[in-house]
Design a binder for this molecule. Structure first.
Ligand code: SAH
Ligand code: SF4
Ligand code: F3S
Length: 446
């Protein structure tokens, strides 16, 4: 009886979720929403209205953590006005800092790591009964495969599907293996089922997510095999994936991408550095030569493939020479897009334990700026080459700048903006490109 009453009471609770970090975290927030919805919680887009505030956090760089630390001070102020407000920290920061986070931020009621979201209803009950709710256990099996993610911030057209969790590559700079635990692949049937369901609900593009999707393996099915199955669901369902690790980028996968028109011609292949010496220190398990050979393979098998990268500037012991090698690798790959970062030392990683964070801050910044400037040029060059070409664009919605225009992406993942003449989200439109900036293409439907 007590339990029932308690549940009923919980049912009226409004939850507000804020998410930081990578696509995996956004996908996880949809799992969290699913777990809580099943327990009768409702979701509120208005933080002032919430009974429970959950923040799904990222630890990848120091400034990601600082941002969350600042933001939660605002929640503290809200809690002063409303004593019953529950504040929970989820995700990678919860996992990395564990009890330390509760000690440092006394107003936080709950911490839950990425593998403990099924436990959230019980953790919230712990908080209701006056205790702190804590679960930061990592699992070797959890993939949440049986849960139906609740698409909280969805445009109804594009969606993420998480196909694996964790990472055990232990790149020497990276905190993810510590915050997300062992790599594990999700049951292929449940992935295919989720993709079919999304398609039937009107979604037209799915992105398969994992820290290293190329190493997907479930009961003998590898990533290329999984892609093939999903591509065969319906030719109108577009497929993307992220992230590919260059060490596992196989010709088999490139051939599958090339042979299915609905698998997008776009590969995010993070290089991190162009110097073999630095790549070795980073424990990336490939060198410059191997990376360039993968770029060559992509360009020969999928000539119009969009390629993007992640770059870290100022890693331990990086010289001007190493940095120049990064610039020349970027120019060779002629990336369409890049995520570029300054190296940020993370506690407990190999780099923090074994190497010195010895590139001065001003040099890190100077190199990062050079990387950013070069990428701007490369993006602009690449976009200029598209002028005059015709692309099939999946309409996502009205352009942010003007409701006279719609926007969507081409297969290469470039944002295309063109005049609205009655298009609906989910329409495939052939668009001829007439103009561009370094960030997007402009065109006209034909
Ligand atoms: N699994 C993906 C990336 C996950 S993290 C992969 O292997 O490519 C996203 C990006 O953050 C990384 O590619 C890297 O460029 C950057 N990053 C990770 N740790 C970092 C650190 N300590 N300092 C700066 N950038 C970092
Ligand atoms: Fe981090 Fe490397 Fe794993 Fe990517 S592959 S999440 S960079 S350890
Ligand atoms: Fe950040 Fe965790 Fe993703 S550290 S980048 S949210 S896996």
């Amino acid at each position: 009886m007590n339990i029932l009453l308690n549940r009923y009471y919980l049912k009226s609770k409004k939850v507000y979720i804020e998410t930081y970090g990578c696509q995996m975290n956004f996908s996880d927030s949809e799992i969290v929403a699913s777990v809580l919805k099943d327990e009768g919680y409702v979701f509120s887009g208005d933080i002032k209205d919430a009974d429970v505030i959950l923040v799904n956090t990222c630890s990848i760089r120091d400034n990601a953590e600082k941002r969350v630390r600042n933001r939660i001070q605002e929640f503290k102020a809200l809690k002063k006005k409303k004593n019953s407000l529950i504040i929970g920290i989820l995700g990678c920061m919860a996992e990395r800092l564990k009890m330390q986070l509760l000690e440092e931020e006394k107003f936080v009621d709950l911490i839950a790591g990425p593998d403990s979201y099924r436990d959230l209803p019980l953790l919230l009950q712990d908080v209701e009964s006056g205790q702190k709710g804590v679960n930061v256990l990592l699992s070797h099996e959890e993939t949440y495969s049986d849960l139906s993610p609740v698409r909280i911030d969805s445009n109804g057209i594009t969606a993420f599907i998480s196909i694996m969790r964790g990472c055990q590559n232990f790149c020497s700079y990276c905190v993810v293996p510590f915050t997300r635990g062992k790599e594990r692949s999700r049951d292929a049937h449940s992935i295919i089922g989720e993709a079919e369901k999304l398609f039937n609900e009107g979604f037209r593009e799915i992105t398969l997510l994992g820290q290293n999707v190329n190493s997907y393996l479930w009961e003998g099915m590898n990533f290329a095999g999984l892609m093939k199955k999903i591509a065969e669901i319906n030719p109108l369902l577009r497929i993307r994936f992220a992230t590919s690790h260059p060490k596992d980028m196989s010709d088999e996968l490139l051939d599958i991408i090339a042979s299915y028109p609905n698998i997008c011609n776009y590969i995010h292949l993070p290089a991190q550095s162009g110097s073999s010496r630095i790549l070795k220190l980073m424990n990336r398990k490939y060198d410059r030569q191997w990376y360039l050979s993968r770029i060559d393979a992509i360009k020969s098998k999928i000539p119009d493939c969009g390629i993007s990268t992640d770059i870290i500037s100022g890693f331990c012991s990086e010289t001007e020479e190493d940095h120049k090698e990064t610039l020349s690798l970027m120019a060779y790959a002629a990336y369409d897009f890049a995520f570029m970062f300054k190296y940020s030392e993370r506690p407990d990683t190999t780099a923090a334990k074994k190497f010195k964070d010895d590139v001065p801050e001003d040099i890190k910044l100077k190199r990062l700026n050079e990387v950013i400037e070069l990428q701007k040029e490369l993006s602009l060059n690449s976009n200029r080459k598209d002028i005059g070409k015709v692309f099939e664009v999946l309409v996502e919605g009205l352009s942010k700048r003007s409701k006279d225009y719609v926007s969507g992406r081409n297969s290469q993942n470039k944002m295309v903006i063109f005049p609205q003449i009655g298009f609906k989200p989910g329409d495939y439109v052939k668009v001829k490109i007439t103009d561009c900036t370094s960030a997007s293409l402009k065109g006209k439907a034909i």
